[in-house]
Design a protein around this ligand. Structure first.
Ligand SMILES: NC(=O)c1ccc[n+]([C@@H]2O[C@H](COP(=O)([O-])OP(=O)(O)OC[C@H]3O[C@@H](n4cnc5c(N)ncnc54)[C@H](OP(=O)(O)O)[C@@H]3O)[C@@H](O)[C@H]2O)c1
Length: 435
């Protein structure tokens, strides 16, 4: 065993530069606490000549070809921070094939090819670690992989995209502000990408949910298995209605094992009761609640993006590998690879959220009885207010019929929309977070 852990870094953007700066500035603490010293051998980036906010140590070689890292026998672990799927997949596959441990922060890559890469790592006797890929420095992956390993996980609910949570929080703070205004503000403050669609349309949260659900439930979950709805259509009325009802509107990622053994997966704007800890997750902060048996509900919250937090996740993976190598070990069982074999229990047709039909027409009380008679047999249950109907595990046809009924009753001027009633089963809330 070499006396230092030798690192090849691919990607020298936001996170890559924060990582190199951390290695330099926290050198003493790392030396004192890590099982072996860390040594940066390569920094690979598309354009190695461009000046960056930090200079790599002179001992680190520079390249624009990540295969240079893969071919170097003196690299023990590669850190992939280039993002995207195609190049990252080629690079990570080549690194694992070459017998190197891999650390990645790339949730899109993991959502697309996580189980395949985890199986390859296992076959090659190396590690594939990704603590920073979901929730950045929030130790969610280790909590599932080791802390809760002995438990049966029943559900996971998370606010795992900071950009959308910032926008929704500001729509509450600045009553009446539109989605577009608050997206502009998020962009000005650097909380939104130049192309915000990955965030605001829910895909980033879906990538992260696919990774978490695979770990929690041992099933291969693809982003395409998840019902995804973003927040572009959220209006100030949606926000105000929630406030009046004591509900917080959040982009909620949910994975829940139903009684029939099927996985229910969704990313959608959802109302959360204000007493639930997820309702208090504000701004760019992330929060994740896991219901496990027999442990109960575990709640983690913190900065889900940014250099400081993401580097914390990467450093945690490096500490793990350093400790294992110092003890003479290599490789290990990857929980994510267990997911590769199992696909049977996700049925897209079954992925239906609990829905809440709101009727905001002022004359609604006059029509309540008629409406209810018409909706009988659709499993309709009266919600918190007279004009709210909770339709559990609703089929889309039931919503169509409900909307048709409103048309028949001449309620065409009322705004109607379909919104998820978060934590719809309500057991998570009632059982553990009593108002
Ligand atoms: N930003 C966050 O807060 C955050 C949080 C958690 C996870 N992550 C993940 O961390 C990863 C990196 O994010 P970032 O914000 O640092 O991205 P970024 O600023 O866009 O940096 C990407 C870097 O990769 C390089 N690169 C791209 N394609 C390459 C290729 N084919 N070969 C070599 N280098 C290549 C780019 O080179 P040039 O600079 O020369 O163009 C750039 O240095 C992503 O997977 C992201 O999802 C980010």
């Amino acid at each position: 065993v070499h006396q230092a852990l030798r690192i090849g870094l691919a990607g020298f953007g936001n996170i890559g530069t924060a990582f190199v700066r951390f290695l330099q500035e926290q050198h003493d603490r790392i030396d004192a606490r890590y099982a072996m010293p860390l040594e940066l051998r390569w920094v690979c980036t598309r354009n190695p000549k461009r000046r960056r906010s930090v200079a790599p140590p002179p001992t680190a070689k520079r390249s624009s070809d990540f295969l240079d890292i893969v071919r170097d026998p003196d690299v023990d672990v590669v850190v992939e921070l280039i993002g995207g799927v195609n190049d990252a997949r080629t690079f990570v596959t080549a690194a694992l094939e070459a017998g190197k441990d891999v650390i990645t922060a790339n949730k899109a890559l993991l959502a697309e090819c996580g189980p395949e890469l985890a199986l390859l790592a296992q076959a090659k006797g190396v590690r594939l670690l990704f603590e920073a890929a979901v929730g950045a420095g929030i130790p969610i992956i280790r909590s599932i992989e080791t802390g809760l390993l002995s438990n049966r996980i029943v559900s996971l609910h998370g606010i795992i995209n900071g950009t959308t949570n910032y926008i929704l929080t500001r729509m509450v703070d600045r009553r009446g502000a539109s989605f577009a205004e608050m997206l502009d503000e998020a962009s000005r403050l650097g909380y939104a990408e130049p192309d915000p669609s990955l965030d605001v349309d829910g895909y980033d949260a879906a990538h992260k949910l696919a990774v978490l659900a695979a770990l929690c439930f041992g099933q291969h979950v693809r982003a395409s298995d998840i019902r995804i709805e973003g927040i572009r259509h959220v209006t100030p009325e949606d926000i105000n209605w929630g406030t009046i009802q004591g509900l917080s509107l959040k982009l909620l990622a949910s994975a829940r094992l139903r009684d029939d053994g099927k996985l229910h997966l969704s990313v959608a704007p959802s109302y959360i009761p204000e007493a639930h800890p997820l309702a208090a997750v504000r701004g760019v902060t992330n929060g994740i609640a896991i219901e496990a048996e027999p442990c109960g509900v575990v709640f983690l919250s913190g900065a889900g993006a940014g250099g400081g937090s993401t580097v914390t996740g990467l450093m945690s993976d490096l500490a793990d590998i350093a400790a294992q190598r110092a003890a003479g070990g290599r490789g290990g069982k990857a929980l994510l690879s267990l997911a590769a074999g199992s696909r049977g229990k996700i049925a897209r047709a079954q992925i239906q959220p609990d829905c809440c039909l709101r009727v905001t027409h002022p004359e609604v009380p006059l029509h309540v009885n008629r409406l209810e008679r018409r909706l009988k047999g659709e499993c309709v249950e009266r919600g918190a207010s007279d004009a709210t109907y909770l339709i559990p595990e609703m089929k889309s046809s039931a919503m169509e019929r409900a909307l048709g009924t409103l048309d028949d009753l001449g309620l065409d001027s009322g705004r109607r929309s379909k919104v998820d009633f978060a934590l719809g089963s309500r057991n998570l809330v009632d059982a553990d977070f009593k108002k």
